[in-house]
Write a protein that binds this ligand. Structure first.
Ligand SMILES: NC(=O)CC[C@H](N)C(=O)O
Length: 322
């Protein structure tokens, strides 16, 4: 079924979601990363980007937030673009772990495979896969440039966050060396870990993240810059990865409740992709027990319900002029 929607109707739905959720309490900032523990828990914003580049933004959508695990999507895209879908499946995997994002147990259960580039193990493995092999500066440039192309503008490294994470990421260090032992890291472990930590420490706005989500929804063409960032055949792979594990151990519940393929980060952002329709980002720092923003989840759930959209249903919308 095709629903006709105007820009104003979509804009109202975004504003309604904001107003309905702005007073929601609950959750707490990521406490294990000192920088994130101290950011203002009251920040909240939603930004939605349409394939024609029009943006609808409400709230704190120009606040520079820590991208954290949302960056796993961006670097997975780069690994897919550089190596192809089959190599990423063979070398990393695409399975949901059903376990927390930093689970070492998941690596053991998955018979030595990192399992998916959207959990910590697979994301560190993805950084190890990025070309040019053995060249930390060259790899960082590739990760940064790819991120910039997806966002449509440059992110900014939040040095304090990078230092904060580097000083406390002992679990991720264990993951990197365990993968090394299983021959599931494809470059130097400390270098791969550092690249991962650095990409998680990039500062981006909710608006930039919505544009990157819209680039995925738009089959790899950035709706603002109009530049092709990745091959259209990769969209379904990226959306499949996000659907399978975007909310870690809560991924099934999320997808069942909302029908929105999405990916969270402990900085409080969630990006959502409706292929062909829009990319969206909601942001609020307090998290649930799985590390997913409480308020951003509520806002995206509200939005999907009021637009009557679901990736598993046959309702699509045609954007029409009023
Ligand atoms: N889920 C997340 O956003 C986790 C990212 C964080 N940098 C970590 O590795 O723990």
């Amino acid at each position: 079924m095709i629903t006709k929607l105007t820009f104003d109707q979509i804009s109202s739905a975004v504003h309604d979601a904001y107003n309905a959720c702005k007073d929601i309490k609950g959750g707490q900032n990521a406490h294990y990363i000192p920088y994130l523990a101290n950011i203002n828990p009251g920040l909240f914003g939603i930004s939605l980007c349409l394939p024609d580049g029009r943006l609808i933004s409400v709230g704190d959508t120009d606040y520079q937030l820590g991208i954290e695990s949302v960056s796993k999507v961006h670097t997975a895209i780069l690994a897919l673009e550089q190596h192809g879908a089959q190599t990423v499946l063979d070398d990393i995997g695409a399975d949901a772990t059903g376990l927390p994002f930093n689970s070492i147990f998941a690596i053991l259960l998955e018979n030595d495979r990192p399992s998916t580039p959207l959990v910590n193990a697979g994301a560190i493995a993805a950084c190890s896969l990025i070309e040019p092999h053995g060249d930390a500066d060259g790899k960082w440039k590739a990760i940064f440039d790819n991120m910039t192309a997806l966002l449509g503008s440059e992110p900014v490294l939040i040095d304090e966050l990078y230092q904060s994470e580097s000083a406390t990421n002992f679990e991720n260090r264990s993951i990197a060396w365990l993968l090394r032992d299983y021959e599931r890291l494809y470059d130097d472990p400390e270098m791969s870990l550092d690249l991962y930590t650095r990409q998680c420490s990039l500062g981006v706005t909710a608006e930039q993240l919505a544009i990157s989500a819209a680039t995925i929804a738009d089959d790899g063409v950035n709706p603002l810059t109009k530049k092709r960032v990745f091959g259209a055949e990769l969209t379904s792979k990226v959306v499949a990865l996000m659907s399978a594990v975007g909310f870690y151990e809560h991924s099934g519940d999320w997808l069942y409740a909302t029908g929105l393929p999405a990916k969270t980060g402990v900085g409080g952002a969630i990006i959502g992709v409706m292929p062909g329709l829009f990319g969206v980002c909601a942001f609020a720092p307090p998290l649930d027990d799985a590390g997913n923003s409480v308020k951003a989840q509520a806002a995206l759930k509200h939005l999907m319900k009021s637009l009557n959209l679901n990736v598993f249903s046959n309702t699509h919308f045609d954007l029409v002029e009023a």
